[in-house]
Design a protein around this ligand. Structure first.
Ligand SMILES: C[S@@+](CC[C@H](N)C(=O)[O-])C[C@H]1O[C@@H](n2cnc3c(N)ncnc32)[C@H](O)[C@@H]1O
Length: 298
């Protein structure tokens, strides 16, 4: 499928997501870490840190923020190739774990792991109807796909609000949520890269922190916000270096043009985070729309 046919749908288009992720797992395996985590890592160990440990640490941060280790049921919206679900299932048995993705390859791959208690759905959050409430919801790197470049700001905020409202409805009373997304930083929407918008992530637009805050108002209390943009600069730099090192293998898998296109995207993104044009938000959220919330523990 080419970028032009990756048409828009409310809350994220399956075609647009498949255009990006179903390029082929063999390609992503060449430059992501072994867990195939495709989102910003958490680097804490200086020069000696490794991509794999930094990804595990990031996943642990979200599990902690959503209190998911002790939860009986957890929803992962945008589960990718299952790195978080696998780490979560190692936290204890008996959990109900539901992962949503729009990528055919990701769904098949995560199902093949046969994680105990896991249900992997090839489904958008806009079509999800849980069979029972969740104790925790985690979403890492999916919100970037929900809005379209030609949506009005009002439409974007209304859609993010719909997302938060649904998550709130799906959570048990003391449920928590942890969210990670790229957001506009100093760069304005009108200045967004034509190359990224057409050739890498067609039919997608980033949020701003202000839009997220507005959309969550009265539905979730935002208890913590981190802007870890330098962590994403380093993650993209690590991916770019991996891809450059395995250039010839990548060309054998997806061809010269796509390999060069990704080398450009990974390097350009690293610089964008470094300069602050784009930011990386990690947010911990607590429900506010229930009477008990004023009594909830910190
Ligand atoms: C950048 S990947 C991140 C995957 C994973 N969370 C990680 O950190 O590796 C984005 C994920 O969001 C999913 N996604 C995008 N739009 C979605 C939607 N509307 N509903 C459910 N999943 C969606 C994609 O299928 C993909 O799995």
């Amino acid at each position: 499928m080419d970028a032009a046919t990756a048409v828009a749908e409310y809350g994220g288009s399956a075609q647009a997501v498949q255009y990006h992720y179903d390029v082929g797992r063999a390609f992503y395996q060449l430059w992501l870490d072994e867990s195939l985590t495709y989102s910003c890592a958490l680097w804490t160990h200086g020069e000696d840190d490794t991509l794999q440990l930094a990804q595990q640490r990031k996943i642990a941060l979200h599990i902690e923020a959503a209190r998911a280790a002790s939860a009986d049921s957890v929803l992962d919206i945008g589960c990718g190739w299952g790195g978080l679900l696998r780490q979560l299932s190692a936290c204890g048995t008996g959990k109900r774990i539901v992962g949503l993705t729009l990528s055919v390859d990701q769904a098949a791959y995560v199902r093949s792991m046969k994680l105990p208690g896991a249900e992997i759905r090839l489904e958008s959050w806009t079509h999800h109807t849980p069979s029972a409430p969740y104790d925790a919801i985690i979403s890492v790197g999916a919100l970037e796909h929900f809005a379209k470049p030609d949506d009005t700001i009002e439409k974007k905020v209304a859609m993010y609000r719909d997302f938060f409202r649904r998550c709130s409805d799906w959570l048990a009373p003391e449920g928590r949520m942890s969210l990670q997304t790229i957001a506009y930083g100093t760069m304005k929407r009108e200045e967004a890269s034509e190359f990224i918008n057409t050739e890498i992530f067609p039919s997608a637009d980033l949020p701003t922190l202000g839009e997220i805050v507005q959309a969550a108002e009265g539905v979730f209390e935002i208890t913590t916000v981190w802007n870890d943009r330098l962590h994403y600069a380093r993650t993209f730099a690590a991916w770019a270096e991996n891809l450059r090192r395995r250039h010839d293998e990548a060309v054998a898998v997806v061809g010269e043009e796509l390999t060069r296109r990704y080398e450009r995207y990974l390097t350009q993104s690293s610089v964008g985070f470094m300069m602050g044009k784009i930011g990386l938000l990690r947010l911990a959220l607590r429900l506010v729309s229930r009477k008990w919330s004023t009594l909830a523990k910190p």
